[in-house]
Ligand binder design. Structure first.
Ligand SMILES: Cc1ncc(COP(=O)(O)O)c(C=O)c1O
Length: 300
């Protein structure tokens, strides 16, 4: 599904490094590490009803990813919170807002891979846009299986939420060519890992299953879904799951900040048939919406 252009975002203010700029002037240098090598970490957050959802969890993951990449001058959580709040206030954003938070290693003194060339400090970008959840939650989405594998910890640890997104982008391109909304990515053993931008769950005979978080991102919505399942006494098993198990599931859904808990109605031409008439995604989605309505850090 292509994101529609929203004219409300034409004149937004964007925070870059240490202050706000109008959209047309918000830029990073051609020497920035994100341009040179995708050398950056990022988070996607949502604002619901005047509250930033799971702000602390996102900042925790951003800090962990930046530490793993040995970014030496990570801005404090207080600084980042303040930058986010300044941005939301400047744009009068209180709800239906998506925040793309990026921390690059910053500008290099000359082009090159070596982080020692970064002598100008890291660069924080807070890009907040008016953007409701991206997928149609009532209709659901269609997936295909991509031939592009998720990185395994042998190659690039999926616990790092980094900007080297090319394998995910290649999977998305494949999905686009097939007329699907997203591509399922397998792990290096051939088990389902996640889609190019969301985690994935299935339901079979009342039990909830999701792949191990070995090759997929440990999504915050994924963790929340597992926690809500426990609270609702729904058993949730993390294990290796093959694509054929997904084809024959009663329910399949994906989870992520962008799209919340979105049902999947088709994978590789196989229709997902709810033979047991279960409504586990719906139960979890209701519990999730209760959280988005009540939890979060006030915008002001
Ligand atoms: C590859 C991938 N998987 C899953 C997710 C969902 O993570 P979260 O629930 O923290 O938004 C994302 C979000 O950025 C992602 O990029």
């Amino acid at each position: 599904m292509q994101q529609p252009y929203n004219p409300k975002n034409e004149n937004i203010q964007i925070f870059v490094k240490d202050k706000l700029y109008p959209r047309k002037e918000a830029k990073v240098s051609v020497f920035d590490s994100s341009v040179q090598g995708g050398d950056a970490v990022w988070e996607g957050l949502r604002v619901y009803d005047g509250k930033i959802f799971f702000l602390d969890q996102h900042l925790e993951r951003l800090h962990a990813s930046a530490k793993t990449l040995a970014i030496t001058d990570i801005p404090s959580k207080e600084f980042i919170k303040d930058a986010i709040k300044q941005t939301l206030k400047a744009n009068q954003m209180h709800t239906d807002t998506h925040i793309r938070l990026t921390l690059t290693r910053g500008e290099k003194v000359t082009s090159g891979m070596d982080p020692r060339l970064n002598q100008k400090g890291s660069c924080l970008i807070v890009l907040a846009e008016f953007k409701p959840p991206v997928f149609d939650n009532a209709k659901g989405i269609k997936l295909i299986t991509s031939h592009i594998r998720r990185n395994s910890p042998m190659h690039l640890d999926s616990k790092i939420h980094h900007n080297n997104l090319l394998n995910n982008i290649l999977a998305k391109i494949e999905a686009n060519y097939c007329g699907a909304d997203a591509g399922i990515m397998l792990d290096n053993l051939g088990f389902v890992s996640e889609t190019n931008d969301c985690n994935i769950f299935m339901v079979k005979k009342g039990a909830l299953l999701t792949p191990h978080a070995d090759a997929c991102l440990t999504g915050i919505t994924r963790e929340t879904t597992i926690k809500l399942a426990h609270e609702l006494n729904i058993s949730c098993i993390e294990r290796n799951i093959s694509i054929s198990e997904f084809y024959n599931a009663d329910e399949v859904f994906i989870t992520g900040t962008m799209g919340e808990l979105t049902p999947v109605f088709e994978i590789d031409g196989r229709i997902i048939e709810n033979k047991f008439n279960s409504n586990i995604r719906e139960l979890l989605y209701k519990a999730f919406k209760l959280l988005t309505a009540t939890e979060g850090e006030p915008v002001e």
